[in-house]
Write a protein of this length. Sequence first.
Lengths: 269, 261
Amino acid sequence: MIAVFTKYKQAFILGLQSNLVYRWNFLARGVFSLLHLVAAFILWGAIFTIKPTIGGFNLAQTITYFITLIILQFFIGAFNEDFQISEEIRNGLINQFILKPINYYLYRFSVFIAARLVSGALVLIPLIIILPWIGNYLALPHELWRYVYAMPAMVMAAIIQFTIAYCFGMLSFWFLDIQGFVILSFAIETALGGQTFPLDLMPKAIFHIAQFLPFFYQMYFPAAIITGRIGPELIVQGFIIQAFWVLFLLIAAQLLWIRGLKRHTAVGG
Amino acid sequence: MNYFKIWLAGARYSLARTLMFRGDFFIWSMVELLWMGVNLLLVAVIYQHTPSIAGWTEYEMVILVGTGMLVQRLLMGFFWTNLFELGRNVRTGAFDFFLSQPGHPLFMASTRKLDPDGLANSFVALGVVIFAVHKLNLHPSFIDIVAYGLVILAGLAIHYSILVLTMALSFWLTSTSGIEGTYFALTEFSRLPRGAFNGFARLVFVWILPLVVVSNTPSEILLHGFKFSWALSLIGLAILWLTLAIFVFNRGLKRYASASS
């Protein structure tokens, strides 16, 4: 057991080092997301000029939602893991994993955690710098239980995010170019994951359907727990559905890996 | 005329390529269609809760978003892949290829490929605009429609210039991967009404970077009729930005030292 842990700890440390190389890249991405925040601020600022609350929340609470999303994205979101995995499959780097007693999923997941720790820490820098300006718009609820529940929701959200990316990477066993699929799903994830608007603003019926989709749990669910957009009555149900999707995606990932390897031919020496 | 012939040859090649990879064409068309859907969904959801944003009603906003999408799809269709590859080519030295061609390197590098999926979706975007015009019961005159087309072209020139300026950075910087993200981050502002911008944001996004004007001016022509001064200022801005882009590109070109192998 400890040997297994040490094995993936090495992968984690490796991931930490290789991602620190890209620190400027992550920092630049952090600054881009601030542009996104500015756009959200302008749009929602204009919307709130004629109404004090929308969907039961005021401007500060809505802006807090978007700030929370940005932080979550850098801590638990999948960035380009799908392309990295696709690269490794296409140029044969995965061949070494077939021969060694290393689980490719766990290896990639260890690297993913390391990468998110680096990017998460880096996005805090621009956010802290602009804190004097956005400080007035931070309105987080004071209930302690929200932060306690947010933890497992974030962990499962990270697994969902990573495993979806992993599955897309696996498609490289069948397709030459996965970019189209990735951006296609990115559009769906952006809308149904709550990136463009808080999902609770959708008509009740659609919001209800969205609750059963995996996208709901990869970003919106933890964000809504933290920012008070989901009440205690939805939390238990949420955790059950989220756990179901975690399990479902893990099985799908494993199946794709087994199936994919059957098609895979390791060429060269 | 000569340039048109070169462009036509490139276009023919791109169409033949698309016919070869029909699956790709289908997927990329779906990608763009879905992204437009995401933008429209945002409008639909917000107007469930409010009657207007900065004075724009729901279908007025659809015209604005549709117009913004139209300019962006045209950019995607005609120039995106080329300019996206420009950054990579400068780094790898593959840019040499364009220097040896019969035309200005910027023209050659930005018109080599067409993306039929982007062009197909520009019709969808136009359809969205026409749908909203119909819903609002607007009857733009012939002059309004011609003016709309002209300012869309001016807007395309401005978007193109901003993208060229972004990608031309690769002449100075060694790694520009992800730099195209700047463009996407900025286009988010082009879907917002001018009136929503105040103070510093107004200065930056309306005056310094004319992205907001690019989508707002054509929409206002459809909504309130053609005003000579609006159209003229947008065309003036387009010329200004295009000149700047060509200037910076040429300066960058002088720095280009190819890559040794």
